[in-house]
Ligand binder design. Structure first.
Ligand code: HMG
Ligand code: MG
Length: 303
């Protein structure tokens, strides 16, 4: 495939991936305000929180309260991360209808992130998926370190493809391929998507690109040319994984929206409103907005 799609779906992960690694922990009120502002900007998939250990990821504490108090807009989904059955129980108690289960393609990262091997984590996730589907939940899958592991280096595309297919076989509606450390570049991203697409239809593959090396928007473009139509992004380019040292935030949502708007690819997101959210959340966190597109908009120059 060499043409861009007519439309893409952006999964806004700012309230989860974006906030989980920030130095400042936001209270539930401000996290709810962020989610509301993102919905106002047109985002229809907003990853809202994580049912993980608050000792391991303190910034995601209160996700249960957040989901209980959330003003759910029609047509908007609010997935939350769930690593195990303890997390699923909490997500069900909080009224979640969408969850995201996550595993890694490298053993060391799996141990650091979730305290277990890849095989153990896939067993846990299979149990979570069965119970979640029985309860009528929609389940998304994630794989971390698909373009390389911060501890082990290169990873095999075959491993990525096999694990992606296993998540789809568990009933995940799509699997998001995480370039956790932003190690990828467009050439290798294209090759990886082509490998995974031999096992999983491209419509069930999402791209989750961190921007550590400034390649994330280019990687999304390469993935879109390979047939991917779902992209994770974080307003203001916030984000990072506490268990991936040196990795920075996700591709900024406004960078992706600018890229796709300019190519005539529908996103449904209002770029100016989104830039305003990026500026607001960065101020809440006490740092300047990181994304180039937001900074250019805020400089008020016409071009
Ligand atoms: P564990 O500590 O390895 O093992 O937790 P455990 O099952 O023996 O549990 C120990 C304690 O944690 C117990 O409490 C459990 O009750 C509690 P204690 O008796 O010591 O007081 N516990 C939980 N508490 C809250 N929620 C739970 C839960 N499960 C057990 N669900 C666990 C295993 C996975 C929970 C832990 O290792 C953990 O929370 N890790 C953090 C994972 C995480 O959030 N990582 C960041 C998100 S993933 C990411 O960013 C990558 C992604 O963006 C894609 C990409 O970029 O690559 C998705
Ligand atoms: Mg991530």
């Amino acid at each position: 495939m060499t043409a861009l799609p007519a439309a893409v779906r952006i999964v806004e992960v700012g309230p989860r991936d974006g906030l989980q690694n920030e130095a400042v922990a936001l209270d539930v009120d401000r996290r709810l305000e962020l989610i509301g502002r993102l919905a106002d900007a047109g985002l229809r998939d907003i990853e809202a929180g994580a049912f993980v250990s608050p000792r391991r990821v303190p910034n995601m504490a209160g996700s249960g309260e957040l989901m209980e108090r959330l003003d759910r807009r029609p047509g908007v989904s609010y997935p939350c991360l769930v690593p195990n059955e303890t997390g699923l129980d909490a997500a069900l108690d909080a009224g979640c209808t969408d969850i995201a289960i996550f595993a890694a393609v490298s053993e060391t990262f799996s141990q650091r992130n979730t305290g277990c091997s890849i095989a153990e984590s896939m067993d846990r996730l299979a149990r979570v998926a069965v119970r979640a589907h029985d309860a009528g939940l929609r389940v998304r899958g994630y794989l971390s370190c698909v373009m390389g592991c911060p501890y082990e280096g290169a990873v095999s595309a075959e491993t990525v493809a096999t694990l992606a297919a296993e998540l789809i076989a568990m009933g995940c509606h799509e699997v998001s391929l995480g370039d956790t450390t932003g190690a990828g570049s467009p050439f290798r991203v294209r090759a990886l998507i082509d490998s995974v697409a031999r096992h999983v239809p491209p419509r069930q593959i999402a791209g989750h690109f961190h921007d550590t090396r400034g390649m994330a928007a280019a990687n999304a473009y390469a993935a879109a040319l390979a047939g991917v139509t779902v992209f994770d992004a974080s307003v203001g380019g916030l984000g990072g994984c506490p268990f991936a040292p040196g990795a920075t935030g996700n591709v900024a949502t406004e960078d992706l929206v600018y890229l796709f708007d300019d190519a005539g690819v529908h996103t449904g997101v209002d770029l100016q409103k989104l830039v305003d959210v990026a500026s607001w959340i960065s101020a809440q966190l006490g740092h300047p907005v990181a994304s180039r597109v937001a900074r250019a908009f805020n400089s008020r120059r016409p071009t």
